[in-house]
Design a protein around this ligand. Structure first.
Ligand code: HEM
Length: 314
């Protein structure tokens, strides 16, 4: 369970502003995504129109963007080190949602039992060791005089600035934890959303045709897409939102709790035990409801969500 103290706030602020800087200016993030999308399309082409399961390739593409933004390294899809990193990340995610880690998360004092501490999260530890290798290679080539190439470069600059400050949260341990968080939180969420997008376009060829038409009209076939195109693509944007709404890939969201009773716009949110807070279309059974949950409840919608292609008129 995250403690939203000073270190958390410092790290969060750093991540948000670094990701923003990589997105603006030279638009590095956009270039990395576009390049990866081109590699992904080439891998799809390898199947030459035959049916295939895209999930593994989607995992690789999403992870490669995160690897580039965090460690300045893009992998070939068949690189054995990359395949091991992805395997360990997948295993680590499964492992983290197991019964024992959940108990230890709720009662961290149990981790003081040495035997127990050694038993849990073996894949996550192996994943972190693999990540350390990558981070060490990257930091060997860091040149503080140059603009940051990645989140790690920006982090190293903060570590340098905070050398004399013992209170600072910019240290080696937090560097690996921030990069690990980006990998674990970003990889599966992005690739599963993309997989939902592909499936829904197959199931709704009429919607697919209209999206393709808008792409052809606005972007054409001669150049890659840019973020700037989005404002001129309202139909495609609406379809992406509907895919995310329908896919609902984190239905219970993360568990949240308030540290004290708090009033927000006249509503009392009491300090309650741990409970899920849903940002999804499904109602949350407990914890702090989100805006989306409240909207769902107000709509009186009784059934599961539908991919509502008919409302996608703009
Ligand atoms: C379609 C893609 C994605 C979906 C659906 C998604 C969904 C979510 C959700 C539901 C949360 C929990 C928010 C909460 O606590 O209320 C979350 C948090 C987070 N996500 Fe994502 N995410 C996606 C992509 C990414 C990517 C690409 C990254 C990183 C490269 C990322 C990094 C994070 C991090 C670090 C957090 C924790 C934020 C915090 O506690 O402040 N996510 N995401």
């Amino acid at each position: 369970m995250a403690r939203y103290g000073l270190a958390w706030r410092e790290q969060r602020r750093f991540c948000v502003s670094t990701l923003r800087n990589l997105r603006l200016g030279k638009k590095l993030l956009e270039q990395w995504v576009t390049k990866e999308a081109a590699c992904l399309c080439l891998s799809f082409d390898d199947y030459d129109g035959h049916p295939f399961r895209p999930n593994e390739l989607l995992d690789k593409a999403a992870s490669n963007v995160i690897a580039t933004l965090s460690c300045g390294h893009r992998f070939e899809y068949d690189d054995p080190r990359f395949l091991r990193l992805l395997d360990l990340a997948q295993e680590g995610l499964k492992e983290g949602s197991g019964f024992l880690p959940q108990v230890l998360n709720a009662i961290p004092v149990l981790l003081r039992i040495p035997w127990l501490a050694g038993k849990v999260l073996c894949s996550q530890k192996a994943f972190l060791a693999q990540l350390d290798e990558l981070l060490n290679e990257h930091r060997m080539t860091w040149d503080p005089a140059q603009p940051p190439r990645s989140l790690t470069d920006a982090f190293l600059a903060e570590m340098e600035k905070a050398k004399e400050n013992p209170e600072s949260s910019f240290n080696d341990e937090n560097l690996r934890m921030v990069v690990a968080d980006l990998f674990l939180a970003g990889m599966v969420s992005t690739s599963i959303t993309l997989a939902w997008g592909l499936l829904l376009m197959i199931l709704h060829p009429d919607v697919q045709r209209r999206v393709q038409q808008e792409i052809d009209d606005v972007i054409g076939q001669a150049r890659p897409p840019e973020m700037g195109d989005q404002t001129r693509m309202p139909y495609t944007t609406a379809v992406i939102h509907e895919v995310q709404h329908f896919g609902d890939i984190v239905p219970m969201n993360m568990p949240h709790m308030t540290s004290r009773d708090i009033e927000v716009q006249g509503f009392l949110i009491p300090k309650v035990g741990l409970g899920p807070s849903s940002s999804s279309s499904a109602p949350a059974p407990g914890g702090c409801p989100s805006v989306a949950t409240a909207r769902w409840a107000q709509s009186g919608n009784p059934g599961p969500p539908v991919f509502n292609a008919t409302t996608l008129t703009v």
